[in-house]
Design a protein around this ligand. Structure first.
Ligand code: HEC
Ligand code: HEC
Length: 273
């Protein structure tokens, strides 16, 4: 299900683009290069680096099953980084490699990409990060570097631009959010918000992301919902409806991030984050 509607739409766009390119050539226009997909297993470099990139892709799609010791939430990275971070307003990871090193307000220091991945392990996955020199961490960094190829290092453009929504002037209407949820979300995410096994991620409750996660900020969730949900009709909600339903989702209980919890790695104490 995670390789569902979003991917089909992307493929349609690629097909449309190619058809357009052929038409342009037939009409005597200059030949257009075919759009290259961000991730194509057949296009990876051969040898051990290509193998690490492929492993990173696999771990981002199947995090819970492949890294159970690091994940408490019933989530894969691709629950929020749609199609392994290849969708523009779906938590894209394309270009993200080039954003690091980066000043991070939360850590209050300059961080590397590994530190940012660690944050999503701590909060979004409600788990703990693998060691920075582990095969898994290097695989995820390798994958993100591959889908960032061509972006100049230390580029200033924010890959998440257009993902968050500006806060609305009026406060969101939680009751309207509940109505939208029942009509447009509960068929997949269930009335109790718990989702379905690993196919549909939980939105609240003990198996969801913890209260320290980026998705717990209403602007991030409303933006994600606006552009990616309902998964079978993305783009069908207005920004106002997206805020209302996000406020309803966030009105439920979820795990707290325990600052005092021992985090084996990174070596800094957890309160540092
Ligand atoms: C057709 C099934 C389906 C429907 C309907 C649907 N979702 Fe989702 N949702 C998914 C799947 C599957 C994912 C994982 C990402 C992906 O593969 O697109 C997801 C991911 C999410 C996420 C991020 C991951 C998480 O668990 O926090 C949020 C937030 C979300 N959906 C909210 C909503 C809201 C709000 C609605 C209703 C407006 C909705 N969804 C409707 C299937 C659905
Ligand atoms: C519950 C949703 C969720 C899950 C699951 C999740 N993330 Fe994230 N991630 C986010 C959000 C939201 C952001 C911040 C977007 C923003 O800047 O507002 C983010 C940001 C990031 C960034 C930085 C992006 C940038 O533009 O700087 C990286 C890298 C990242 N996540 C990797 C991962 C990895 C790897 C996993 C799995 C181990 C993961 N995430 C799981 C929601 C999630």
């Amino acid at each position: 299900m995670s390789a569902g509607h979003g991917m089909r739409i992307e493929r349609l766009l690629v097909v449309t683009f190619c058809a357009f390119a052929i038409a342009a050539c037939a009409n005597g226009g200059s030949p257009q290069p075919a759009a290259t997909p961000l991730y194509d297993p057949a296009a990876l470099p051969s040898g051990p680096v290509g193998a690490q990139i492929a492993l990173g892709h696999d771990l981002i799609e199947h995090t819970r099953a492949k890294m159970p010791q690091y994940v408490t939430a019933r989530m894969n990275c691709s629950a929020c980084h749609v199609n392994a971070g290849t969708v523009a307003r779906g938590g894209t990871l394309a270009g993200v490699y080039a954003e690091f090193p980066q000043w991070n307000k939360r850590a209050h220091r300059v961080i590397a990409l590994q530190d940012r991945i660690a944050q999503c392990f701590l909060y979004s996955m409600n788990g703990r990060p693998p060691a920075y020199d582990s095969r898994e961490m290097i695989a995820m960094v390798s994958y993100i570097s591959w889908i960032s190829r061509g972006t100049p290092v230390l580029a200033t453009a924010d890959p998440q631009a257009g993902f968050r929504l500006p806060e609305p002037s009026a406060s969101p209407d939680v009751a309207n959010g509940a109505t939208i949820y029942a009509a447009k979300c509960a068929s997949c995410h269930q009335a109790n918000g718990n989702g379905i096994a690993l196919a549909v991620p939980p939105l609240w409750g003990p198996d969801s992301f913890n209260a320290g996660a980026g998705m717990h900020r209403i602007g991030d969730m409303a933006g994600f919902v606006r552009y990616n949900m309902p998964q079978n009709a993305p783009g069908s909600l207005t920004p106002g409806q997206s805020f209302d339903v996000a406020a309803y989702v966030l009105s439920h209980a979820r795990p707290a991030f325990a600052k005092s919890r021992a985090v084996a790695f990174p070596s800094q104490p957890a309160s540092f984050f």
